[in-house]
Design a binder for this molecule. Structure first.
Ligand SMILES: C[S@@+](CC[C@H](N)C(=O)[O-])C[C@H]1O[C@@H](n2cnc3c(N)ncnc32)[C@H](O)[C@@H]1O
Length: 316
């Protein structure tokens, strides 16, 4: 695709209403071939979100500006956001500084990946059905927490649980701390700067360990669209085959799950690679609405049986 042309002053001078601006942005987004998938499914969702930010109108009030003339400030702000989206390939989530997941608002910026996990579908019903009654779930871990979005959804779904959330990135944890405070969960969500679960090995045992880790193989990362490369590389890539963090996680979950506990991991396109890496381990795939089915569930008892104990790994 050829490089998109910057709009001329004459073309933007003709834009008056919110509706004019939306149509203009949608045409430009489509002709420029911007990539979606960072919390939005199409050009229309992205342009509406930017218009909401430029006008200060909530999503449900946006139609009120479709037929009225935008103020000069609103229009200038909207056009500047659209230009940054198209010509600098800044993702919409970073332009507006927030993302919504499971009906909750999270602050985000370039220190964290933009929330879009399949776990939003699975935390309400599919995962609890593999656990004791919700009131008896007391210890939960969210490994690779990023903005803290999944740790917060977990704390809300399991109101008696303490959630331990980890990330290797101190910068990501700064954002997670803001979100934990916004949702008034500082007493029930503890953040740890650590590799995978290392800081949790001597702590409580968990009913549930959940993780949306980085899982892209290096080669796939290199071919991602420009807007995905605005996200921290460490939130997407995990070694040559994508399995580096997942390997550590399986070994550490083996040591930290309660006997009835479960490990759930989002693995992107690595379903086949998981079965090849652990051919004897029972790995169950949880169905998701779009058929991606890329979240797996593994029981503590199966990890104990099929993975070597740490002593055996050291040759004892
Ligand atoms: C795919 S993002 C997921 C963030 C968040 N859970 C979500 O769903 O939006 C992966 C996160 O893992 C973190 N990470 C990468 N390697 C890690 C490691 N070895 N140990 C802990 N966290 C790691 C990254 O910093 C990033 O925040």
């Amino acid at each position: 695709m050829s490089a998109p042309q910057r709009p001329t002053p004459a073309a933007t001078a003709r834009l008056k209403t919110g509706g004019d601006c939306l149509r203009f942005a949608n045409r430009l987004f489509k002709s420029a071939g911007i990539a979606h998938g960072q919390g939005f499914v199409n050009a229309e969702e992205e342009s509406l979100t930017l218009l909401g930010h430029a006008t200060g109108l909530a999503w449900e009030k946006l139609p009120s500006c479709f037929k009225r003339a935008l103020t000069a400030k609103e229009k200038a702000s909207f056009l500047s956001l659209v230009e940054r989206r198209v010509f600098d390939r800044v993702p919409t989530g970073y332009l507006v500084g927030e993302a919504w997941l499971g009906g909750l608002r999270f602050r985000i910026d370039e220190r964290v990946i933009i929330p879009r996990s399949y776990f939003v579908e699975l935390i309400p019903e599919a995962i609890p059905q593999w656990l004791p009654p919700v009131a008896q779930v007391t210890d939960v871990a969210d490994i690779c927490t990023g903005s803290g979005c999944l740790a917060i959804l977990l704390a809300k779904r399991f109101p008696k649980a303490h959630v331990h959330a980890t990330d290797l990135s101190a910068e990501a944890l700064e954002v997670a701390a803001l979100n934990v405070a916004d949702h008034k969960l500082a007493k029930r969500v503890t953040l740890h700067e650590t590799d995978t679960m290392t800081a949790l090995l001597k702590g409580p045992k968990f009913d549930l360990i959940l993780s949306n880790p980085p899982y892209e193989p290096e080669g796939i990362y290199r071919r991602l669209p420009a807007e995905f490369k605005k996200e921290p590389k460490g939130s997407l890539v995990s070694g040559k085959d994508g399995l580096d963090v997942i390997r550590k996680l399986l070994a550490q979950a083996r040591e930290t799950l309660k006997p009835h506990g479960i490990l759930v991991i989002e693995v992107g396109g690595l379903q086949k690679a998981m079965h090849l890496a652990w051919p004897k381990l029972p790995i169950m795939w949880l169905p998701t609405a779009d058929g991606a089915d890329c979240v797996c569930l593994i029981h503590a008892s199966d990890l104990r049986r099929e993975l070597p104990s740490p002593g055996a790994r050291r040759g004892r």
